[in-house]
Ligand binder design. Structure first.
Ligand SMILES: NC(=O)c1ccc[n+]([C@@H]2O[C@H](COP(=O)([O-])OP(=O)(O)OC[C@H]3O[C@@H](n4cnc5c(N)ncnc54)[C@H](O)[C@@H]3O)[C@@H](O)[C@H]2O)c1
Ligand SMILES: O[C@H]1[C@H](O)[C@@H](O)[C@H](O)[C@@H](O)[C@H]1O
Length: 337
């Protein structure tokens, strides 16, 4: 069976996902697309050689009789509406982060999905599908370094065009908020945000850069995340777990060590597209396979809600200068099975 997919939002990542589904992965076909910029959507259909109909609205894509499942890759503030409409139509929906721009919006999605009685929503937290993070999780689950005590993490982007205000917390660090609780099988109880000396190499005056985010988990693990979205030199993701008997580091992306002119050098990637290209492929192949079986196995609407609660607490902590509690409700049974 071929899963027939409708895609809403044919910008940067929408186009990437359409390309991978059409030209790299198995078991699915993009049959419908929409973007508020209709010309751009038509251009993507031509450029990627799709047999897909271009619709005027996202709602029409969701309602289309030949669309089995929906992918939402439009701007963040539109996600909630499209995810709720997909649930109402009884169609599985993959939504790029954020699930909704407010925790309240995420909660409404969680409630709508539970009322629908089956899991339909997956959120685009692709790091859970990254080979390096999966290896690190295996090391922790094998109890190789004892219980985790401290995590030292780094999320550096070379530059952040279009970033303003608190986006480093709400748009960028959301990946750490998701992947670290998955890695530890734990949840956060508090957040604190430190604002170090601000880099001069930042276009937007409203953007503090870098930040240091300190999280504490239920099990007492102390997490430090350095977020530096204008670091200039590359796209650099690091994670070190300090355990009772050793440490474990996220493997670096493979690069050929070059010895030349009295120097030893390695390449550093410059874009998230390259760093997580394989993770995106695995994420979508697993989503296609699970959706075809009638299952939903990836990051859930509940995970999207927890991440939104965490970024809300970080924004609050940044502006209050205090340690702010993260008071998560109990996870409903619906999401624990
Ligand atoms: N998982 C990741 O690592 C990752 C990476 C990049 C982007 N994203 C997320 O994906 C989403 C899209 O990001 P992008 O970089 O592709 O942005 P983009 O601006 O390149 O593309 C978004 C597209 O959505 C369209 N759009 C806006 N409102 C719409 C509406 N109501 N209906 C239909 N189309 C609409 C825009 O015209 C645009 O073409 C964002 O939420 C972003 O956070 C996730
Ligand atoms: O949308 C992107 C993407 O999610 C990247 O993975 C992250 O590093 C960026 O900071 C963010 O802006």
């Amino acid at each position: 069976m071929t899963l027939r997919i409708g895609v809403i939002g044919t910008g940067a990542i929408g186009r990437e996902h359409i390309h991978r589904i059409t030209h790299k992965l198995k078991g699915a076909q993009v049959v419908a697309v929409n973007d508020v910029n209709t010309e751009q959507a038509q251009g993507v259909v031509r450029a990627l050689d799709l047999e897909a109909k271009v619709y005027t609205t996202g709602a029409e894509v969701i309602q289309a009789a030949d669309v089995d499942a929906v992918i939402v890759t439009s701007w963040g503030p539109t996600h909630e509406e499209f995810v709720l409409a997909s649930i109402a139509a009884g169609k599985p929906v993959f939504c790029e982060k954020p699930l909704a721009v407010t925790a309240e919006g995420c909660r409404q999605i969680v409630e709508a999905e539970m009322a629908a009685g089956r899991k339909l929503v997956q959120v685009g937290f692709m790091r859970r599908f990254d080979y390096a993070y999966r290896q690190l999780k295996c090391v922790l689950e094998a109890d190789t370094i004892g219980a985790p005590l401290i995590l030292n993490c780094v999320h550096r982007n070379p530059e952040a065009p279009g970033f303003s205000g608190d986006m480093a917390l709400t748009d960028s660090c959301v990946h750490e908020f998701d992947v670290l609780r998955w890695l530890l099988a734990d949840d956060y109880i508090s957040a604190q945000v430190i604002q170090p000396r601000r880099t001069r190499l930042c276009d937007d005056d409203s953007l503090q850069d870098p930040h240091v985010i300190l999280l504490r988990t239920r099990q007492g693990v102390h997490i430090s995340i350095e977020s530096f979205v204008n670091c200039q030199y590359g796209y650099d993701i690091q994670c070190q777990v300090v355990g009772e008997t050793g440490t474990a580091n996220l493997p670096e992306p493979a690069s050929v060590p070059v010895r030349r002119e009295a120097k030893l050098s390695f390449d550093i990637l410059v874009s998230w597209k390259d760093r997580f290209i394989d993770a995106f492929d695995v994420e979508f192949q697993e989503w296609i396979d699970a959706t075809t079986r009638g299952e939903m196995t990836g990051p859930s609407a509940w995970d999207g809600y927890v991440v939104a609660m965490t970024s809300d607490a970080c924004v609050k902590a940044k502006h209050s200068g205090q340690i702010e509690p993260i008071e998560l409700p109990e996870c409903p049974d619906f999401y624990t099975n």
